[in-house]
Design a protein around this ligand. Structure first.
Ligand code: RIB
Length: 313
């Protein structure tokens, strides 16, 4: 990951959810009741997942977000700490902690419904109060499961301090042009790219986001791998073939991995993404897809390195 042993520091501003997962033969039709094959409850939320992913890959990680004043919120804080993530940037809100209802079909594909709860209470003021954490980071990682004004506030602080901003625009929603200009890297999947760019083609869509002022666009293509485009051009890296059990948090593992690859231990950062970087991120995502649940599926650095070594042997 880095040329020396000191750690890089990544700050995540984002969501925390408690995921209730049902594994089904197929997804239910409207008005239909199905019996699940199995069920797990696990820690999730795109922000927390990406924080845990970066920590398991060796980064020092701080999380800024909001949990409820309920037992779930306390458990979410403990869970981050147990994963080595600094949770002092968590706000305790009056609302219940965020929850997600996830259905997985026999192909490992999912549908997700999120009840934001406490995540909606993350304010620009709370982000600003934790601004020093952002300013002293090697990378800021953002998603769109918390209020947009708090995402913007974090991106402005990072840009003001020269800290690179990685935005995973999930779940996709129309975004102000200012946010694109503040982002060094944006990482949509194909559906998100279509919504953000208004066009069908991956390369054309990525070019539109570059035109809005993004430094680089990395498109995650599921089983087809990933594509990177910046002002020099584009390249794609195929995925590793795996037997997918649950795609949940595959994208989060990919993003956590990308954040670790873009940061250097001395605080410097790279804006150039290489094919090796994408292969590493594809491996992290592929491994996550082979396991059930969000955070239980996120791989460690040893697992990713071992997986790549075995696949390239
Ligand atoms: O990206 C997966 C995550 O999306 C789940 O953990 C769920 O909580 C939703 O936020």
């Amino acid at each position: 990951m880095n040329s020396n042993d000191s750690k890089i520091t990544i700050t995540v501003v984002g969501s925390l959810n408690y995921d209730l997962v049902c594994v089904l033969d197929r997804l239910p039709a409207l008005g239909e009741t199905l019996t699940a094959r199995s069920h797990v409850a696990a820690f999730g939320g795109k922000g927390a997942n990406q924080a845990v992913a970066a920590a398991r890959l060796g980064a020092e990680v701080r999380m800024i977000g909001a949990v409820g004043s309920d037992p779930t919120g306390q458990a979410m804080r403990r869970n981050l700490e147990e994963n080595g993530v600094d949770a002092t940037g968590l706000l305790v809100a009056a609302d219940p902690s965020g929850t997600a209802m996830i259905n997985i079909d026999a192909n490992g594909d999912n549908t997700i419904i999120v009840y934001p709860g406490a995540n909606a209470a993350l304010t620009p003021d709370w982000v600003a109060a934790n601004g020093d954490a952002i300013r002293s980071s090697s990378c800021l990682m953002l998603q769109l499961e918390t209020p947009l004004d708090s995402v913007l506030a974090a991106a402005r602080i990072a840009r003001g301090a020269g800290v690179p901003v990685l935005l995973n625009p999930a779940p996709a929603r129309p975004l102000p042009d200012e946010l694109f200009r503040l982002c060094d890297v944006v990482t949509p999947n194909e559906t998100e790219l279509r919504l953000l760019s208004g066009v069908e083609g991956v390369e054309e869509g990525a070019r539109i986001l570059l035109g809005k002022g993004v430094g680089a666009v990395v498109v995650t293509l599921g089983g087809k791998g990933s594509l990177c485009m910046d002002e020099r051009g584009s390249f794609a890296v195929p995925s590793y073939e795996v037997r997918a059990m649950d795609a949940t948090a595959a994208g989060d593992s990919f993003n956590g991995a990308l954040a670790t690859r873009l940061s250097d231990a001395d605080g410097a950062h790279r804006s150039r993404i290489s094919a090796d970087d994408l292969a590493f991120c594809n491996a992290a995502g592929a491994l996550a897809a082979t396991r059930l649940g969000a955070q239980p599926s996120i791989p460690t650095l040893a697992e990713v390195n071992d997986f790549i070594a075995r696949r390239t042997a």
